[in-house]
Design a binder for this molecule. Structure first.
Ligand SMILES: C[S@@+](CC[C@H](N)C(=O)[O-])C[C@H]1O[C@@H](n2cnc3c(N)ncnc32)[C@H](O)[C@@H]1O
Length: 244
């Protein structure tokens, strides 16, 4: 298992390489990454913000479906929920792990967040957890614009992600922080071996705020942990200058 890991912007290895990485991670994902207490803390906070009325919801970068399971449990039973991801193996895990949903619809869609196969304004709620920092920097604004496009004018985006402290940590310090934060139950070397092999691109809270505004959101970003933040964003005025 590779221990290569970089938190500085690197060239995008291409969507096939990123998809292959997540396909490889899919089988064990629910028993490693999703155990960290900070993950539960994020999901608890998201659960407290969910609308109470029936809605259409998108889980963008659904992975093995841990966040989607919270949406199924927390949203009104008549809600329609879609999970999308670029990894077929992750989508398979999400399907397998999805709690039974007696009413409303549940679907799983293979899609790149840069070009979502959904109508403008079709969702009342978009949730995305721990996915944006896996999107190359040159595509992050495009992804947020897509999330904005598919969200209705009265909708809400809740985005939780790994963030880079300000001032940034060194690559080694970030690697240690990620391993300790997301894999506290594993020996350090094993935890580091699970980290992305293609580089990751976490934003600072300030950069995330700027990017959300550039994508047309008004937002509030709260850091709930040294390297984890949650943004609650609603359609607002686009920032006059984009960062990318
Ligand atoms: C760290 S996992 C998080 C999964 C899940 N949201 C969670 O919190 O457990 C990141 C997920 O984002 C997906 N992903 C990364 N880049 C993507 C893109 N451009 N389009 C769609 N999915 C993407 C990966 O396939 C992976 O399943």
């Amino acid at each position: 298992m590779s221990t290569e890991y970089d938190t500085t912007p690197t060239a995008d290895p291409g969507i096939e390489a990123r998809e292959a990485h997540w396909d490889r991670r899919a089988n064990g994902f629910d028993t490693d990454f999703t155990q960290a207490p900070v993950r539960e803390q994020v999901l608890d906070q998201i659960s407290r913000q969910l609308p109470t009325e029936p809605c259409t919801a998108l889980d963008a970068g659904t992975g093995s479906g841990r966040t989607m399971a919270r949406l199924i449990q927390g949203l009104h039973p008549e809600s329609d929920i879609v999970g999308c991801d670029l990894s077929p193996a992750m989508l398979h895990q999400a399907r397998v792990h999805a709690p039974h949903k007696a009413r409303g619809s549940l679907s799983f869609v293979y899609a790149d967040l840069c070009a979502l196969p959904f109508d403008d304004g079709g969702f009342d709620l978009v949730v995305s957890t721990f996915t944006l920092h896996h999107v190359p920097p040159t595509q992050q604004l495009a992804v947020l614009r897509e999330l904005r496009r598919v969200l209705g004018e009265d909708g809400m985006l809740i985005l939780a992600d790994q963030v880079q402290p300000d001032p940034p940590l060194s690559v080694e310090a970030m690697r240690a922080a990620v391993a300790e934060t997301f894999y506290p139950h594993l020996p350090h070397a094993e935890a580091v071996g699970l980290l992305s092999t293609y580089g990751e691109w976490p934003l600072t809270v300030g950069e995330l705020t700027d990017l959300l505004e550039a994508a047309g959101f008004g937002c509030e970003v709260t850091d709930i942990h040294r390297i984890v933040a949650i943004a609650t964003a609603t359609p607002g005025h686009a920032h006059p200058r984009g960062r990318q």
